[in-house]
Design a protein. Structure first.
Length: 211
């Protein structure tokens, strides 16, 4: 089983970084799992925008690409190749300013391509092209957003679930959220450890499923 772990936090002490590290430690040495990391903060990933559209136009007309255009074409293809090769996608990401980090959004912008992750049939109906893939979401947020009054403000896990589970039709295997460790500092250590234990269990279960 090919597992792609998308790391989307460059804070060494970030809780979602700890979730990533815990998952990687838990799958280390598992012969039935081929695990690769795609660190969106370490990759060269120019932001999605006009440079990409310019590059696409030039490619269609055999034009010469500028440096940034070539970089974004290469980066987009690398993200697509990594996704295509994976059976299971694991995303480790924080809630920053109510949403996902911009670098993770860029990865998503790269793979959100008609004819690759989805397409439309002749009647305009959506067809999911990667529904066989499975997804694990590992998220950390300092506040408590699972409460009904706060839930509408979460645009990180909700977005990822709607995109990968909804638009792309992938199977969400696990959704592990560590929350409230900043809001309740007296319980912070316990909250984080309980969440990391869930991450370990998810990793072990993944290995067991493919044994």
């Amino acid at each position: 089983m090919n597992v792609l772990v998308v790391k989307a936090n460059n804070r060494p002490d970030g809780v979602s970084t700890k979730m990533y590290e815990t998952f990687m430690e838990s799958v280390q040495g598992k012969e039935n799992l081929n695990v690769n990391t795609f660190d969106v903060f370490e990759e060269d990933m120019p932001y999605f925008g006009q440079d990409l559209f310019n590059a696409i136009g030039k490619i269609q007309n055999d034009g010469e690409l500028s440096d940034v255009e070539q970089r974004i074409v290469n980066a987009k293809q690398k993200a697509k190749d990594a996704l295509a090769a994976a059976d299971v996608l694991v995303f480790a990401f924080p809630l920053w300013n109510l949403t996902i980090p911009a670098k993770l959004q860029t990865f998503i912008d790269y793979i959100a391509e008609a004819g690759f992750t989805f397409k439309y049939d002749q009647y305009g109906n959506l067809e999911q092209l990667m529904s066989e893939k499975k997804v694990i979401l590992l998220n950390a947020r300092g506040g408590v957003y699972s409460l009904p009054e706060a839930a509408p403000m979460d645009m990180s896990v909700t977005y990822m679930r709607n995109l990968f589970g909804g638009l792309y039709g992938m199977d969400i295997l696990n959704e592990i959220i560590i929350e409230g460790h900043n809001a309740m500092p007296e319980k912070s250590e316990e909250i984080i450890q309980d969440g990391l234990d869930e991450v370990k269990a998810a990793a072990e279960n993944l290995s067991y499923q493919n044994a």
